[in-house]
Design a protein around this ligand. Structure first.
Ligand code: IPM
Ligand code: MN
Length: 352
């Protein structure tokens, strides 16, 4: 008998639950077609629950989540809650506690999707960013001196461990090999200024690449120049590997060149543990409850989730459905799609 997949669902804040509902609609259709079973459990980690109860994600919640095969997340961020609380208490808490050390963000322009980059199309915009997801500036090392005084000092330290850098690089090399496109991995950093952290990254990159991945071409690009190349020559990239902060920044630009936040998906991956998949665009509170938000990013996250739990064929079919929906939609932007949120979900599910 086929195994029953156990998936944890966190709708989250704002439009998160709406886009997740469309993803689950697609999951239902794809499971039927590919003959697998699944069970879902929903977790209410929202800003509204926090306001009522003061609860975020507890260690006990984390232990429970560890018993699932994967997590499907909508969005975090509630304008009623002070910025940073939900982000730290839910999203970053889960990434760190579940040691999801990779943030995988494909930047793929699908046919019929508008890009602000002139003269570039699906052939030119097709790469993947591997963002380190548990270190760097995100560890929260630092502090104040003389806070509130004119002599105040604030430090925020980027932590890069050999182990953390190495496991991220190895994942990126393996991914480049498996992707089997141009077999090119670009390290994106800032070796000319941040000479400690990026020296470690650069040494590890070449050591590991030379020894264990000789067929993968190694390239390097400064992060600022990378932003320029994303716009000028995105076709230069195959797979990119970078640290947490740079990865955060360049993948927002990446999302824009692939058609916007409505289509950009990502995975927080622990290759040995439980991974979590999400649309990268956030909770878009002003569109909540209007049935106008684009669910394709969430459906793309579902596609990545299916790949992660070993349902590759189902994942490939979901991608076909997304590609089809793109040909039927007027725009990827909320309210301008020429369809409602639920109609986009129906279009993908119906194509399956
Ligand atoms: C992202 C988001 C998060 C990040 C925020 C919400 C903490 O911007 O997933 O890219 O900075 O990683
Ligand atoms: Mn971000």
């Amino acid at each position: 008998m086929a195994k029953k997949h156990r998936i944890a669902v966190i709708g989250g804040d704002g439009t998160g639950p709406e886009v997740v509902a469309e993803g689950l609609k697609v999951l239902k259709a794809i499971a039927k077609k590919h003959n697998f079973e699944y069970e879902l459990k929903e977790f209410d980690f929202t800003g509204q629950r926090y306001l009522k109860t003061g609860k975020l994600v507890s260690d006990q919640d984390v232990e429970e989540l560890k018993t699932f095969e994967a997590i499907y997340l909508g969005a975090v961020g509630d304008p009623d809650v002070k910025p940073g609380i939900i982000e730290h208490g839910v999203l970053l808490k889960l990434r760190f506690a579940l040691d999801q050390y990779i943030n995988l963000r494909p930047v793929i322009l699908y046919p019929n999707v508008w890009t602000p980059v002139k003269d570039k199309g699906p052939d030119e915009i097709d790469f993947v960013v591997v963002r380190e997801n548990t270190e760097g500036l995100y560890v929260g090392t630092g502090g104040y001196l003389k806070k509130g005084s004119p002599d105040e000092v604030a430090t925020q330290v980027s932590v890069n461990t050999r182990k953390g850098v190495e496991r991220c690089l190895r994942y990126a090399f393996d991914y480049t090999r498996k992707r089997n496109k141009r077999k090119q991995l670009t390290l994106v950093g800032k070796t000319n200024v941040l000479t400690y952290a990026w020296d470690l990254w650069e040494r590890a990159f070449h050591e590991i690449g030379r020894k264990d991945y000789p067929e993968i071409k190694r390239e390097y690009s400064h992060v600022d120049a990378t932003c320029m190349w994303f716009v000028k020559n995105p076709e230069w990239f195959d797979v990119i590997v970078t640290d947490n902060m740079f990865g955060d920044i360049i993948t927002d630009l990446g999302a824009m060149i692939q058609g916007g936040m409505g289509i950009a998906a990502g995975g927080n991956i622990n290759p040995q543990g439980v991974s979590m998949f999400e649309p990268i665009g956030g909770s878009a509170p002003k569109y909540t409850g209007q049935n106008v938000i684009n669910p394709l990013a969430a459906i793309g996250a579902l596609q990545m989730l299916l790949e992660n739990i070993g349902e590759e064929k189902a994942a490939a079919d979901v991608e076909k459905g997304i590609r089809y929906a793109c040909t039927q939609m007027k725009s990827m932007s909320a309210g301008k799609m020429g369809m409602s949120t639920t109609e986009v979900g129906d279009t993908v599910a119906g194509n399956i």
